[in-house]
Write a protein that binds this ligand. Sequence first.
Ligand code: GRF
Length: 207
Amino acid sequence: MANALKIAVFASGTGSNFQALASAIAEGRLDACIELLVCDKPSALVVERARAAGVDTYLFHPREYARREDYEQAIAAELQRRGVELIVLAGYMRIITDVLVQPYYGRMINIHPALLPAFPGVNGIRQALEYGVKLTGATVHFVDGGMDTGPIIAQRAVEVLDGETEASLAAKIHAIEHQLLPAAVQLYAQGRVRLEGRHVAILQERG
Ligand code: GRF
């Protein structure tokens, strides 16, 4: 697609959200192109998924760099070289520094498996289950310098039923993530996501 939004997906693990984006593109539900997968774990399943989808992978080994900022500089150069317009963090298990946050503010989003601002950080699904909430869900938000604190673009809820296990709740949350993330990226691709300070306005479809 000639003017498809160029995105880079950052992921460290299974990559089911990477797959959801790739499938949405293949099925014509998302006007984007995954230019690059950025991954810090060579053995991650997401690397296989990228290969199968014909997406290039930028693999790096954090231990080979003295500081986070150093590998992020290298990543930033690669993103710039490829003309990446939006970064999508989808299970990327590393802290992001100002090297990427500053230049990509408003152009970098994350998916989190809870209804933020509840249960930020790691293990959002387990945290919600242990707390005993009756509703949890998934959130897509812009990335700022904090831990899952940026302006919220989209959220969807799921019920926590009696007898729910971490595995059953994770399955329900992943299922909604796989709809929510491609839908949010499509809104962005259509130019319908407007960042207004702490708030995000979703503009009506044109035409
Ligand atoms: C998702 O639950 C996402 O919300 C969180 O990390 C998980 C990644 O899962 N940030 P997958 O690798 O996309 O399957």
